[in-house]
Design a protein around this ligand. Sequence first.
Ligand SMILES: Nc1ncnc2c1ncn2[C@@H]1O[C@H](COP(=O)(O)OP(=O)(O)OP(=O)(O)O)[C@@H](O)[C@H]1O
Ligand SMILES: [Mg+2]
Length: 219
Amino acid sequence: MSLHVSRVIISASQKGGSGKSTLLANLAVEAAKDSSPGEVALIDGDPQGTLDRWYGLRPTEDIQGYRMLFEDLLRGIDQLKTQKKIKYIFVDTSAANTQSINQILKIADLVIIPAKASKADVWSASKTANLLKEQNIPFTFVLNMVKPRVRATDGAESALSFLGAVAKTRIGDRSIYADSLGLGLSGPEADTHSVCVNEMFALWKEVKVYLSRHNRVAA
Ligand SMILES: Nc1ncnc2c1ncn2[C@@H]1O[C@H](COP(=O)(O)OP(=O)(O)OP(=O)(O)O)[C@@H](O)[C@H]1O
Ligand SMILES: [Mg+2]
């Protein structure tokens, strides 16, 4: 008999505007496509309320959306975990106060750290990564807003790979990600012919493989 366990996927980075909310929303949609109704929850834990607004615009109810104050996050995640149906809980966090969100990050099955291919992003991502490493919190970097044929991307990837896992899937710099967020959609939902369809599918597949290999609860 296997025990029910919800997997918690948190986006975090001290760097503002690195793509935390965008990647998380897109991954939550991929998870929902891959799940039965009611199995995916999304918590907006950032006072900016980006994903709360996004969720409010969403034309479908395939994802259960919540907005929580920082101080309520731990309890809120715990409560969602008791709902037997929920398979995936996605949590968006703010750029500020990464030290203080430590206690939230500790319960993550996977922390996604988006990083652009720039020195500033790599430095900032490495700070977040070191914090997670100190506590054995599983994480992966995701190169985001990647421009085609820019050599700095390979340099950033190799710098990040010294610090931890880097997702094989790179997320391109595509206006569809920005445009779709304002419509309550993911990139792939807004343009089914875009290259973003394959890349987001591939990133979700990587996340899923990671989660299946690192199951905290023994069957
Ligand atoms: N892959 C991408 N291609 C193009 N634009 C993107 C991509 N990812 C994110 N963006 C855009 O970059 C901006 C910042 O993204 P987002 O809000 O997701 O970052 P964030 O890390 O959540 O920011 P904050 O730290 O303020 O919460 C937004 O305008 C978003 O639409
Ligand atoms: Mg955000």
